[in-house]
Design a protein around this ligand. Structure first.
Ligand SMILES: [Zn+2]
Length: 410
């Protein structure tokens, strides 16, 4: 088939993004669309309407994921385009929804140009990507890819004690298991970067090679509580001073491992947390992320060696791995398509990694998958200030369209 040269309609994309931002709009121009909430259901209804008006067939699976399909000439595994319509509390207008509306705009462009694709194109809205109402994140794509057990997920409760199962039934979006995403020619997810790199380097497009591997540990430091006034310094086992030493060592050592390694001590709990009592326990978390699993493994080795560093001030140190994940590499051929499309459209671009998790990382386990980033202004996301320029959104969707056309012409 002859390769078509087409561009999307940027004004229409902007208008559609603005329309979708009305659902759950917050005071400061953000959105709150917790998964399966009333706002989420309304945006789903609207998405369904938009798809049906275009002539797409909309199906829903047993986890509430929506699939809107433009029929192909051949009944082959579809090209999938999507992301999620849910948001965190007081989140932004681009995270997730941009990836779903990318699909809508791509299909609108094909339909208005009277292109019947060789193979079907399916738009996907994954349920509960954010995990903001029901943990964990990427719940539905996790179930689809066999990473999470459905029965366990159904029993997850929100802050009001409502289970995911109850919310799903009430939403009217509990569909059939046979509608699940089972196979695909490709899955393409356009997402905002949620970090500062593209903007800082003045690039329009990030071609995402992988979602980085990570490890998360809990470290427990146990000393002894005594009176803060009567116990000489030399006779103390102060868990917080020991923790301070450990944190210094962690910063020094991990900081020298590799400049792309990122690590965070995000939670520190001090006990008993009384100003006249020497802390007898500190529990803190340490997570680290890097694309190269050798580096992640070096971090793990170091953490496991923390009790033996000799900086513990007589305290006991225990490390527990909470969880970890391997780096997920995206499909080489699709990444090259993205590179070529960005190149031929004249958009500045580079290869990069994703430090954040996305549905694509789970779908990649059984469908050839690739992700694309567009810049986040000031690197902000998961907040009302989240912003990506309309021009960059348009460029991102054009790259996806061009790649879809390339896949269709194969
Ligand atoms: Zn997202």
């Amino acid at each position: 088939m002859q390769r078509q040269k087409l561009l999307i309609n940027g004004d229409r994309l902007k208008q559609t993004l603005e329309q979708f931002a009305d659902f759950g709009q917050t005071e400061n121009n953000g959105v709150t669309r917790l998964s399966l909430s009333e706002e989420d259901c309304r945006v789903r209804d609207y998405f369904r309407t938009c798809c049906e008006e275009l002539g797409l067939t909309v199906k829903v699976d047993d986890m509430g994921c929506m699939y809107a399909t433009l029929e192909g000439i051949e009944n082959k595994p579809p090209i999938l385009i999507g992301s999620h319509l849910d948001s965190v509390k007081k989140g932004g207008r681009f995270d997730g929804v941009l990836g779903v509306l990318t699909g809508l705009e791509v299909v609108r462009t094909l339909v208005e140009n009277k292109i019947k694709p060789q193979i079907p194109i399916t738009l996907v809205n994954f349920t509960n990507e954010e995990g903001a109402r029901f943990e964990p994140s990427m719940m539905a794509s996790g179930v689809l890819s066999g990473k999470f057990e459905k029965a366990v997920m159904l029993q997850k409760v929100d802050a009001d004690g409502v289970t995911f199962e109850e919310a799903l039934k009430k939403s009217g979006y509990e569909g059939q298991i046979e509608n699940r995403l089972q196979e695909g020619t490709a899955f393409l997810e356009l997402h905002i970067e949620q970090g500062p790199i593209l903007e800082k380097e003045a690039l329009a497009i990030g071609v995402v090679e992988c979602v980085v591997g990570m490890a998360c540990y809990e470290i427990e430091v146990t000393g002894e509580s005594d009176h803060a006034g009567t116990t000489p310094m030399s006779m103390r086992k102060d868990a917080l001073f020991a923790t301070n030493n450990l944190i210094n060592e962690i910063r020094k050592h991990l900081g020298s491992l590799d400049e792309e390694l990122v690590f965070t001590i995000g939670r520190v709990n001090v006990y008993p947390s009384i100003h006249t009592v020497i802390p007898n326990k500190v529990i803190f978390t340490l997570e680290a992320r890097h694309k190269d699993m050798e580096i992640v493994n070096a971090v793990k080795d170091f953490i496991q060696g923390l009790p033996y560093l000799g900086v513990n001030e007589g305290c006991e140190v225990k490390t527990t791995k909470l969880w970890d994940r391997d780096t997920v590499w995206f499909d080489q051929e699709l990444l090259q398509h993205f590179d070529q499309s960005a190149q031929s459209l004249g958009y500045s671009n580079k290869r990069m990694v994703s430090g954040a998790g996305h549905d694509a990382q789970f779908i990649a386990s059984y469908v050839p998958t690739a992700m694309l980033f567009v810049p986040s202004i000031n690197g902000k996301s998961h907040c009302e200030e989240e912003l990506t320029t309309w021009e960059d959104c348009e460029k991102g969707v054009n790259v996806v369209l061009d790649t879809v056309l390339a896949l269709l012409s194969k």
